[in-house]
Design a binder for this molecule. Structure first.
Ligand SMILES: Cc1cc2nc3c(=O)[nH]c(=O)nc-3n(C[C@H](O)[C@H](O)[C@H](O)COP(=O)(O)OP(=O)(O)OC[C@H]3O[C@@H](n4cnc5c(N)ncnc54)[C@H](O)[C@@H]3O)c2cc1C
Length: 460
């Protein structure tokens, strides 16, 4: 392998999804030279490339006041406030909860729907303004180790193979690629059979009569249109393995992100599996759309706006790090001395083979099912691999039992963890060792930067 170029930084972040973006910008703002390496041509990952234009987990409804309040501060707040002010995202407090197309469970309505292009541009600008060097269309393919430390990552792009050296690295690939490449223990899927929760190739649909759709859902107390789907199944029209309609209104009133499709037995870390799923997902979305158009309220004049080319992956590898957050920890609201982040989002990890069933929630077909909400704290150790001293991980595959990731994987907590990683990088750059970060100082720094104090989290 011939290396065409070598660049050196303080901190290299691999993967430019919402967690990688937050890691890179927060480290650069603290004075580090930072590279952000992204295999596609935009930042945002699932939020942009996969069409999931809806940030969950950063706001929450206060049951007493019915106001959406902030549970993730820092960069999440800064970015969403910036977009909302410019009319490029929807303020959750402006949503009429009695007529709600932004999430069918009242408590799920706290997402922030945004304009995809506007977010991409904002992410570019935040990086440019903080001095992050973004490498687009660049895939990290390998690591070069010296004992317990990564010396450099090897990446591939149009220039050929390049080497990026740094004192510290962050794995925000969503799949834990860098942790895996550097020899850290990872698990994938269910322990009994390795199966992972379904993937979804997203479809955006326009020209929906939102009023007609939502009126039907409200009047029939049927947010997921289960009775229509049941009838279609009996008539032999609906042949898919999922039995619920899932869709969220986007910025424009007539445009919905339809993530009804649930593709089972897909491995997001396998090229062959992903290639097959993308081709099958395109076709299935069109078949699904034709049925929706004919049988779903509000869809009569609808058109497909876009089927995405990047498959939405909810689960692949997860780290077995210095601490594994267990379901018992999550359910008991366990506190940690090294707590650096948290999620108040609900468990959301559909069964790998029965996509309309969520083992932590029960039957998702039940309209307006009451979802259990807990505060799950995230200790610093769950971002740290066991074998590599200058590597930290943030995002949907931190060290936790897989069911817990259902609550952690949404974008608010992912950005919070990214900000923790970038802040810790600034504190570890002298030692090149994340284990030597003084966690109390890290917590203090995070509070100073407006990332919420986990001891003060609401909804306890
Ligand atoms: C269908 C679906 C619907 C969802 N709905 C919501 C929702 O409504 N709201 C919400 O908040 N969350 C939702 N989620 C969850 C959430 O979107 C993701 O879990 C979250 O965005 C993950 O962020 P991340 O930064 O950890 O990873 P990703 O978004 O997966 O980003 C990883 C990035 O790393 C890049 N990358 C990967 N490997 C490499 C490599 N080797 N080299 C270089 N780059 C690499 C990828 O291209 C990508 O840009 C949904 C997820 C799915 C799949």
């Amino acid at each position: 392998m011939k290396i065409k170029r070598e660049d050196t930084y303080d901190f290299v972040v691999c993967g430019g999804g919402m967690s990688g973006f937050a890691a890179a910008v927060s480290a650069a703002r603290k004075g580090l030279s930072v590279a952000l390496v992204e295999r596609t041509g935009c930042l945002g990952g699932t939020a942009t490339s996969a069409g999931v234009n809806h940030l969950l987990g950063g706001r929450k409804i206060n049951e007493e006041t019915n106001e959406h309040i902030r549970v993730v501060g820092g960069l999440f707040d800064e970015l969403t406030d910036y977009l909302i002010e410019r009319g490029e995202a929807i303020e959750p407090n402006s949503i009429d909860l009695s007529f709600n197309a932004f999430g069918w469970y009242p408590r799920m309505a706290s997402g922030v729907a945004f304009d995809e292009l506007a977010l991409k541009i904002a992410l570019d600008e935040f990086c440019q303004n903080s001095g992050v060097r973004v490498y687009f269309n660049t895939m990290v393919t390998d690591v070069e180790m010296d004992g317990r430390k990564i010396q450099s990552v090897i990446a591939y792009n149009k220039d050929g193979f390049i080497r990026l050296r740094a004192k510290a690295f962050c794995d925000c690939t969503g799949d834990g690629d860098i942790c895996s490449m550097s020899g850290n223990e990872m698990l994938k899927g269910r322990e009994e059979d390795g199966c992972m929760t379904p993937c979804s190739l997203e479809m955006h649909v326009e020209n929906i009569d939102t009023k007609e759709l939502v009126t039907y859902q409200n009047e029939n107390q049927s947010p997921k249109l289960v009775e229509i789907i049941e009838r279609l199944k009996q008539e032999g029209i609906w042949k898919f393995p999922y039995e619920i309609f899932v869709a969220i209104r986007m910025m424009k009133e007539d445009v919905f992100m339809v993530n009804t499709i649930r593709q089972i037995m897909v491995d997001g870390t396998s090229e062959e599996s992903v290639s097959k799923a993308i081709a099958a997902g395109r076709k299935e979305n069109v078949e699904l759309f034709e049925i929706m158009k004919e049988h779903f309220p509000g869809f009569k004049n609808a058109k497909i706006r876009r089927v995405f080319d990047y498959i939405g992956v909810r689960e692949t590898r997860r780290l077995v790090g210095q601490y594994v957050v267990t379901v018992d920890d999550a359910m008991s609201g366990k506190k940690y001395d090294d707590c650096v982040a948290a999620t108040t989002y609900n468990f959301d990890l559909p069964d790998p083979l029965k996509p309309s069933y969520d083992p932590m929630m029960g039957d998702a077909k039940r309209p307006n099912a009451t979802r259990k909400h807990v505060v799950i704290r995230i200790p610093y150790r769950s971002l740290l691999p066991k074998e590599t001293d200058n590597l930290i991980l943030a995002g949907r595959c931190i060290s936790a039992e897989r069911e817990v990731l259902g609550a952690i994987r949404v974008m608010g907590p992912c950005m919070m963890m990214g900000q923790v990683a970038g802040t810790a990088a600034a504190m570890s750059v002298k030692t090149s060792n994340f284990n030597q970060v003084n966690v109390q100082e890290l917590q203090q720094e995070l509070w100073n930067d407006g990332v919420l104090d986990p001891d003060q989290l609401p909804f306890e």
